[in-house]
Write a new protein. Sequence first.
Length: 108
Amino acid sequence: MKNDTKHSLIGNRIKEAREEAGLLQSDLAEEVGFASPTAISLIESGERKVNAEVLSNIADALHVDVNTLLGKETEKVDFMYALRADKDLSSDDKKKMEDFYHLFKNRK
């Protein structure tokens, strides 16, 4: 795949994620630390390359995985596995979250 095509695809994914998040280009530019929304416009159109650090900042601002912006398949993490692996939660908190998860999942 040509580089300009790759940059256009990344730009399109950024635009889609930004619109899904309900943000304007100016909002995203501010979140990422750009002085002007023109930078976001150029990235979204594929006219400006984006380095790893900026791509990571954009992904964080849009609350998406950077791999999503790169177009790579990401494996979905099982909620219960992630919950059990979280070392910052107490056993009681984990139990409450697990109960809520089951309640929510099994609602009719």
